[in-house]
Each structure stands twice: as structure tokens, then as C-alpha cells.
Design a protein around this ligand. Structure first.
Ligand code: FAD
Ligand code: 2MC
Length: 377
């Protein structure tokens, strides 16, 4: 777990080449223009990044969660928001691969793996975010169909995605009354809100997804009726690790920029690297990012092995990684002085992009709640 194999090194090198050549040079423009680069996502799909841990027997790349950590760190060094969308897409692809029928896999997986089709994960609602089991989007059985009504809030990729995995209420029995269904973009009655104006993550759209008498075949349900919440949560365990890895990648990019800047910049007749207080800031950033990376790898290994402690370890790792990544970006901005506040230096984008990782895929308060519940029983 703590040393990189030759295969992993080759993988990291290939992803780094792609990220440096096809993503990093455009990241600031995509951010400024709020551009969702579906063409470059399709190129990522050609590399196998659309189904990183989808089984090889189903056309996926068949890698492990520890490999995914390395991949998302590399992608996020180039653009955390671009990387984070690929993470969400992979979460959905894995859910269909793991809980779908043969027919569902045959229908969705090939295009998702290649990222010719994009995917969105629809759990949050206007009145149910952290308390996800309180969701109200209703799926009422009508013969061989469910009829869906309700609104999903803050859905990443919405409007651009072809595939929507939707958690909806099929019974009034709390978390156990939730089912997961796969809905195609063109289904009548499905519509989208405007693209939200956000602080960061400009490279991917965020919209409401609105269901008005949307008829979904019962055959498009993942797993059994009532399994939806547990399926959603299992998807999120890996999602939380990937978002953590996106934070570490962004944090490492911030550390690299700050280190180079301190070497180049002089004040009071000397380079800024002569100020030990500033070099200690770099050292602290490095220590915290390395600590978080180690926790991510430990949790990813637990997830790969289906360890009973997986949920707690994923929550801890998400908390530590998203706090460390954000802190590194914010410190890097400070170390750049006024230049850090300018778009062209790329540091303020990292601060804006990484800020939301402390909120989504389970806020860091919810991560503390998961860890705390484990302590007090
Ligand atoms: P609330 O749940 O209303 O929380 C408000 C505050 O109270 C937070 O600080 C929270 O941590 C705190 N809090 C709540 N309950 C407790 C508690 N019990 N103890 C202590 N503190 C608590 N969702 C999706 O389903 N799919 C997506 O693709 C998606 N993408 C997103 C993209 C963006 C850019 C954003 C901003 C959000 C996205 N989300 C998505 C939604 C995200 O997961 C939620 O915003 C998040 O889970 C928090 O829910 P909320 O916003 O309703 O906040
Ligand atoms: N992994 C596997 N199973 C889980 C799980 C996890 N991480 N978390 C809960 N479960 C199971 C749990 O074991 C229980 O199963 P069973 O019915 O067999 O007993 C069931 O789910 C219900 O769990 P709880 O009783 O703990 O439910 P409660 O409502 O008390 O709390 C909580 C659940 C708060 C942990 C959950 O609602 C949560 O994680 N909230 C945060 C929501 C969130 O993460 N949203 C992210 C949206 S996606 C996003 O932001 C993107 C950018 C894509």
C-alpha cells in the first residue's frame, strides 16, 4: 500500500501526461468561460478514466481504489473541478456496474466507460441535503413503470449528462423506503434548472433536475425496491475518497506554485526563501498533504478489501484530505501576496474549487458525525 508498483507508476505517468497536455493549459480559460469540456472528457474516456473501477469483464478498466486515488491526485493537479466531475461520473458507472442487471450494464456501461455518455448522481434535494434519507422525490408504481415527481438540487453535470441515477421514495419507511433508478436525459417530463452561479467548480455545470410525471420502467431500478439509500451510500464511500484525492492534487499544485514563487520573489533585499517562517508554511503544507494522502490510501485499501471499518475510514480520510487541500491552497494564496489574488496565477481558482469539497459528498460536519457516532455507539 505504501510503495507504488511499476504498473501504478506507468498509470500515474500516463494520467500525468494527459493532464499536463490536455487539461492544465486550458484550466483557467474553462474556469473563466464556465466551459464544460465534454470533448476532453471523451479523451479521458479513451484512456479508460470513465470506468476506473468498473470490472474488466464489463468493459471497464478494473483498477483498485488505491489506483483511483493516484489518478485523481494527478488529474486534480491540472484542474480539481475537471477531476471532480470525472469522480462523480465514475461513482455512477460503478453503481450501475455493481448493482445493475446484465441488461442495464449492457445498455449503459460501454458508453459510460468511454465517456461518450456522461453521468450524474441525484441524491440531494432542496429540503434534504445532509439529512439525505429525508428526501421526498416520489416514485409511485403504475404497472411496469414508476412515475417520478420531485426536484433534485445541486446536481453536477446536469443538463449535459445522458444518465441520471436518481434516489427516490418508494415507501414512507425512512432510509429503507428509498430506491435508485436510472433515468435517461430524453425521458419526457425530465427538465433542468438554470446553471447555478457558483464560487468555484465553474468547469462543470450544477443544475436542479426536475421530475414531472416522469415514467421510468421498473426494470430500470438498481437492486431491489428499498435498496436505494444503501446503494447511494456505498457509491459515496468511494466518491468521498476521490474528492479527497482531488483536494490533495489541488493542494500539491498550490504547494508547487508557492514553492516556486518564494524562490523567485525577493523582499527586503533577499529571496523570500530566506524567511524561515515562510519555509515552515511550505513544510506544514507538505506534512499535512502527505498525512492526508496516507489516510486516503488506507481507506481505499479498506474499501478494496470490503473491510468492516470502511465507512469510518472513508469519512476520516475525506475530512482530513479536503481540509488539508483547502488549507494548502489558502496558504499558497497568502504566500503569493497580492498576485495570489489574480486569476492568471491560478491560485485563487484552487481556493475557490477546493472550498466546496468541504461541503459536498457529505459535509465535513457529517464526516465528524459518522466518526463521532462510531465513538459513542
Ligand atoms: P445542509 O444539510 O442544510 O447543511 C447546512 C449546514 O449544517 C452545513 O454546514 C452542514 O454541515 C451542517 N449540518 C447539517 N446537519 C448537521 C448535523 N447533524 N450536525 C452538524 N452539522 C450539520 N448533491 C448530489 O446529490 N449530487 C451532486 O452531483 C451534487 N453536486 C454538488 C455540487 C455543488 C457545487 C454543491 C455546492 C453541492 C452539490 N451537491 C450534490 C449537494 C451537496 O452534497 C450538499 O450541498 C451537501 O450534502 C450539504 O447539504 P445542504 O447544502 O442541504 O446543507
Ligand atoms: N456506506 C454504506 N452504508 C451506509 C453508509 C455508508 N457510508 N451510511 C449509511 N449507510 C447505511 C446504514 O448502514 C443503514 O443501513 P441499514 O438500513 O441496513 O441499517 C442505512 O444506510 C441508513 O443509515 P443511517 O441509519 O446511518 O441513516 P441516517 O439518516 O441516520 O444518517 C447519513 C445517514 C447522515 C450518514 C447520510 O444521510 C449521509 O451520509 N448524509 C450526507 C449526504 C451526502 O453525503 N450527500 C452527498 C450528495 S452527492 C454530492 O455531493 C456530489 C458532489 C456528487
Amino acid at each position: 500500500m505504501f510503495s507504488i508498483t511499476d504498473d501504478q507508476k506507468a498509470l500515474v505517468d500516463a494520467v500525468r501526461d494527459f493532464a499536463e497536455q490536455r487539461v492544465a493549459p486550458h484550466a483557467l480559460d474553462w474556469d473563466a468561460e464556465k466551459h464544460f469540456p465534454v470533448d476532453v472528457l471523451a479523451e479521458a474516456g479513451e484512456l479508460g478514466l470513465g470506468g476506473i473501477y468498473v470490472g474488466e469483464e464489463h468493459g471497464g478498466t478494473g483498477l483498485e481504489r488505491t489506483d483511483a486515488i493516484l489518478i485523481f491526485e494527478e488529474l486534480a493537479k491540472a484542474d480539481p473541478a475537471f477531476a471532480a466531475y470525472i469522480s462523480i461520473h465514475n461513482m455512477v458507472a460503478w453503481m450501475i456496474d455493481s448493482f445493475g442487471s446484465d441488461e442495464q450494464r449492457a445498455r449503459w456501461i460501454p458508453d459510460l466507460v468511454g465517456m461518450a455518455h456522461l453521468a450524474s448522481y441525484c441524491l440531494t434535494e432542496p429540503g434534504a441535503g445532509s439529512d439525505a434519507a429525508a428526501l421526498k422525490t416520489r416514485a409511485v408504481r403504475d404497472g411496469d413503470h414508476y412515475v417520478l415527481n420531485g426536484v433534485k438540487q445541486f446536481i453536477s453535470g446536469a443538463g449535459a449528462s445522458d444518465c441520471y441515477v436518481v434516489m427516490c421514495r418508494t415507501a414512507d419507511t425512512g432510509a429503507r423506503g428509498i430506491s435508485a433508478v436510472v433515468v435517461h436525459k430524453d425521458t419526457p417530463g425530465l427538465s433542468f434548472g438554470p446553471n447555478e452561479k457558483k464560487m468555484g467548480w465553474h468547469t462543470q455545470p450544477t443544475r436542479q433536475v426536475i421530475f414531472e410525471d416522469v415514467r421510468v420502467p421498473v426494470a430500470d431500478r438498481l437492486g431491489e425496491e428499498g435498496d436505494g439509500f444503501r446503494i447511494a451510500m456505498k457509491g459515496l464511500n468511494g466518491g468521498r475518497l476521490n474528492i479527497g484525492a482531488c483536494s490533495i492534487g489541488g493542494g500539491l499544485a498550490a504547494l508547487d506554485k508557492a514553492t516556486r514563487y518564494l524562490k523567485e520573489r525577493s523582499a527586503f533585499g533577499e529571496p523570500l526563501t530566506t524567511k524561515q517562517a515562510l519555509v515552515f508554511e511550505l513544510a506544514d503544507m507538505s506534512v499535512k498533504l502527505e498525512t492526508a494522502h496516507t489516510m486516503l490510501m488506507r481507506a481505499a485499501d479498506a474499501l478494496d478489501r470490503n473491510d468492516p471499518d470502511t465507512v469510518r475510514l472513508c469519512a476520516m480520510a475525506k475530512l482530513v484530505a479536503t481540509e488539508s487541500g483547502y488549507e494548502a491552497a489558502d496558504t499558497a494564496l497568502q504566500l503569493h501576496g497580492g498576485y495570489g489574488y489574480l486569476h492568471e496565477y491560478g491560485v485563487e481558482k484552487l481556493v475557490r474549487d477546493l472550498r466546496v469539497h468541504r461541503i459536498l459528498e457529505g459535509s465535513n460536519e457529517i464526516m465528524r458525525m459518522i466518526v463521532g457516532r462510531g465513538l459513542i455507539g
